[in-house]
Design a protein. Structure first.
Length: 329
């Protein structure tokens, strides 16, 4: 058995190889079939237009060999990169903000300690690449600068694109366009979206919302890392990448679909909780096990389980929740 997965992550001591093998042998068949369809779709000319067919293909998963390319195209990162040739390198060559650089350096060794490619001893060591992407981004978007969580996201982008400049532009697509204000110093967008999830749970899984309220558990305690890290280190790698496939194409509502599916699927289990620490523990446990490992069936569920979820609904809730937060401020 391989102790390290294809992305360089060491598998935990209690990793269930047997059920993973069983899942993966089935999933491999799906992947092979999808790869053939994608190759036909791309026809070697490496460009696609947004369409219902493409959306359907993306929901069923992008093969790893095409993932970076498709992310770049559908997120708008490719267009931005082409319109700004040399910009990334100019950022790296320019004047640096010492405080920003220090903050990034501090987080280097804390980023994926369980990934062999990010170790100092690795060759090439991805820490250098990660450092460059984060420093460039901090100088590109001074309003955000650098904040914790971004290191994990940039790290994942580097593992998939294997390209520094592309990772920079994808990070820009996520932070600048796809996620509304998650990483600004006040993190208003992030706090807003956690409240929005709370409201959606009230609508769709009311018993869980009631339990949370009864025990005074704030949503931010159990789900803030889901939002900040976009499920990195929370769900299995393959599953996170499948979620990101849709996130780059369909935007931030995918995060709510995933969160609602996890909660809805484990409603009975969560409702067994009888106190505050118990609830927090249940929320940790629902992100493990076969349900989340079987990424293909999991992704089908996120589009059916939560029922309809329009961007209009989310935007309306965002407005109300943001106003509430600001009035509390």
């Amino acid at each position: 058995f391989c102790r390290v997965d294809p992305y360089g992550f060491e598998r935990p001591e209690d990793f269930d190889y047997a059920s993973y093998e069983a899942f993966f042998s089935r999933y491999l068949v799906v992947l092979t079939r999808r790869a053939i369809k994608w190759s036909k779709l791309l026809k070697g000319n490496n460009s696609i237009q947004k369409s219902l067919k493409v959306k359907r293909y993306i929901r069923k998963g992008i093969p790893n060999e095409h993932r970076a390319l498709i992310w770049m195209i559908v997120s708008g990162a490719q267009a931005n990169m082409e319109q700004n040739p040399g910009y990334y390198h100019r950022l790296l060559e320019g004047e640096k903000n010492d405080k920003l650089v220090e903050a990034i350096k501090t987080d280097m060794n804390r980023t994926f300690p369980d990934n062999v490619k990010f170790r100092k001893t690795a060759d090439p060591c991805l820490q250098h690449t990660l450092y460059n992407v984060l420093v460039a981004y901090g100088h590109h978007n001074k309003a955000v600068g650098y904040c914790q969580g971004m290191n994990f996201i940039a790290g994942y982008l580097i593992l998939i694109t294997k390209n520094e400049e592309e990772s920079f532009w994808l990070l820009d697509a996520l932070i600048g366009r796809i996620l509304p204000d998650y990483y600004s110093p006040a993190m208003l967008g992030l706090k807003t979206d956690q409240e929005v999830l709370g409201e959606l749970v009230k609508m769709k899984v009311p018993a869980v919302a009631e339990l949370m309220e009864r025990h005074g558990v704030m949503w931010t305690l159990v789900v803030s890392r889901w939002f900040i890290c976009l499920f990195i280190d929370i769900l299995p790698v393959e599953t996170v990448l499948r979620i990101w496939d849709c996130l780059f194409y369909e935007g931030s509502k995918i995060i709510f679909r995933v969160a609602l599916t996890l909660i809805k699927q484990h409603q009975a289990f969560i409702l067994e909780a009888t106190n505050f620490p118990d609830i927090c523990d249940k929320f940790k446990q629902i992100t493990k096990g076969t349900f989340v490992t079987e990424c293909h069936s999991f992704m089908q569920k996120i589009f059916t389980d939560p029922g309809s979820l329009s961007m209009a609904t989310i935007n309306k809730l965002r407005e109300t929740c943001r106003e509430n937060l600001l009035s509390q401020g």
